[in-house]
Design a protein around this ligand. Structure first.
Ligand SMILES: [Ca+2]
Length: 501
């Protein structure tokens, strides 16, 4: 713990020395600190990837190599959203390390500014912190649905929505921006450590992917065949033709208006859409490979912390849902892989991390004292194998549709999800033991027609346990825990069965 204070002191001392040239000061202050390559994809379930579901047919050799050379976090989550645009709060949390109800907005109509948001949040975002510490900061990402006041503070910014199938219109464009930047650093002999925010606009819909990859996954960008292609990825184990009750957000774009899917949940449509998703994932994987190869050639890779994650997960047919506006594990969880100096190779850790823990973690690795606006916890001890988790209890929210919406709480293998939506018309509780029911299978997954489609025969106990009297005490415990988390995190709403305050 001594290093952050020493470096902070050193940096502060440098800043007060008016006489020395700025470049010289920075090099001295930052010597020996790691580079950071933060890779963020848009809308990817961890279960798309072989590293999280060995049955997945999605090819991502570069991510698998990262996992082999680094550490995979199994319990990585985004905290949720108060907006249908789940990206927006997620990306605010990544940028600031603040929790979901303390962001500049909180989805309350006619409220211009969240009174619980710290005044100085934008001055303590990722780029601002690392600029002050003498890092070179660069960002490429999709434009929009994020924290513009934070994004613009990177010294170099190339933000555009690039969701085309190929080259200059797709994922390669973002990689090219990073490669150009690395070339410029090399030409200028820039030796400052860098923080590169390497974001993609994919695999977010419409999932346009290169033709050869689509062909591999038996998918079409348009004119979806009414019969499933033999090469298309299989339906997920927890696929349903429809969610058993309304998800709570009427006319939600992601559930009713995604190009090529709309309201359809049939096998051919969903397998085609998964094929498109996997093709986009593989294309991203290739682009990451180009950047990592360049860093290796420059001799920078061994001193670079590489983080791979997504802003949130995705349903695409799982539980009969299509979008990212739910709290099942496929959507509440994110992929999270880290490789870098001092991080064990080929390890898996539970972690229980949120994306908002990223910023304090980066500060920790870079020896920067984190600003007080950061509520996240450094996961460095977890990544270095010194402890298993950073917290015991995880909270999730979706309040972007009818209020109060959906909440979940997770402790160990137990997870409670509650739905209070559609003006009281939907009031549901789900309780899962994820150790024995990791796919969160419901009664409906036991129906013959569903089993016929997925080929997955659930075990008897793989169902929602909320109304099973044997688990009444566990349900009560989890409900108590949910209320405690809602209070702790300043959730402005309460569920139907909770006291108002
Ligand atoms: Ca997203």
């Amino acid at each position: 713990m001594n290093t952050p204070f020493l470096v902070t002191f050193a940096t502060g001392a440098m800043l007060s020395l008016g006489a020395a040239p700025a470049q010289q000061q920075t090099n001295a202050a930052t010597k020996g600190r790691p580079n950071i390559l933060f890779i963020l994809v848009d809308d990817q379930s961890p279960f798309d990837l072989k590293i999280y579901d060995e049955t997945s047919v999605c090819r991502t050799p570069v991510i698998e190599q990262l996992a082999a050379e680094g550490t995979v976090v199994d319990g990585a989550y985004h905290m949720g959203s108060w907006s249908g645009a789940v990206c927006t709060p997620s990306r605010h949390m990544i940028m600031t390390g603040a929790t979901v109800w303390h962001l500049p907005k909180r989805g309350i109509r006619r409220e211009k500014r969240n009174p619980l948001c710290p005044e100085n949040l934008a001055q303590n975002c990722m780029a601002a912190i690392f600029n002050r510490a003498g890092y070179d900061t660069m960002r490429t990402c999709k434009r929009g649905n994020s924290y513009q006041a934070a994004n613009k503070q990177f010294r170099v910014v190339h933000d555009k929505v690039k969701r085309g199938a190929d080259g200059t219109n797709g994922s390669a464009w973002h990689a090219d921006r990073v490669l150009d930047y690395l070339q410029q650093r090399e030409t200028a002999q820039d030796n400052n450590p860098f923080l590169i925010y390497f974001g993609f606009s994919h695999p977010h819909d419409p999932r346009h992917a290169p033709k050869e990859l689509l062909a591999h996954y038996g998918a079409e960008n348009r004119n979806v065949s009414p019969m499933p292609s033999a090469n298309a990825p299989p339906l997920p184990r927890n696929y349903l033709p429809a969610h058993p009750f309304h998800h709570g957000h009427p006319k939600l774009r992601d559930e009713v208006n995604v190009q090529g899917v709309k309201r359809k949940r049939d096998e051919a449509t969903l397998r085609n859409e998964l094929g498109r998703q996997f093709a986009c994932n593989e294309n991203i994987d290739q682009q990451i490979g180009r950047v990592l190869a360049r860093l290796k050639k420059m001799g920078e890779l061994d001193n670079t912390i590489v983080i791979y994650t997504s802003d949130h997960g995705m349903a695409i047919g799982r539980h009969g849902l299509q979008g990212k506006q739910n709290l099942y594990e496929h959507t509440f969880r994110v992929p999270f892989v880290v490789k870098g100096p001092g991080i064990p190779k080929g390890k898996r850790v539970t972690g229980n991390i949120y994306l908002l823990d990223l910023l304090p973690t980066l500060c920790d690795f870079a020896g920067i004292q984190p600003p007080t606006t950061i509520e996240g916890i450094s996961m460095r001890p977890v990544l270095q194998g010194k402890q298993a988790t950073v917290r015991d209890v995880l909270y999730g929210v979706y309040a972007g549709g009818s209020k109060p919406g959906i909440r979940c709480v997770k402790q160990g293998n137990w997870k409670l999800i509650q739905y209070d939506t559609m003006n009281g018309a939907v009031r549901k509780t789900q309780l899962f033991d994820l150790a024995s029911n990791p796919d969160e299978l419901l009664e409906t997954h036991h129906v013959d027609v569903v089993v016929g489609l997925t080929g997955n025969v659930p075990k008897r106990h793989q169902r929602n346990l909320a109304n099973d009297p044997r688990f009444a005490q566990k349900r009560a415990e989890m409900e108590t825990l949910l209320l405690a988390e809602m209070k702790r995190l300043n959730d402005p709403y309460r569920m139907w069965n909770q006291p108002d305050k």
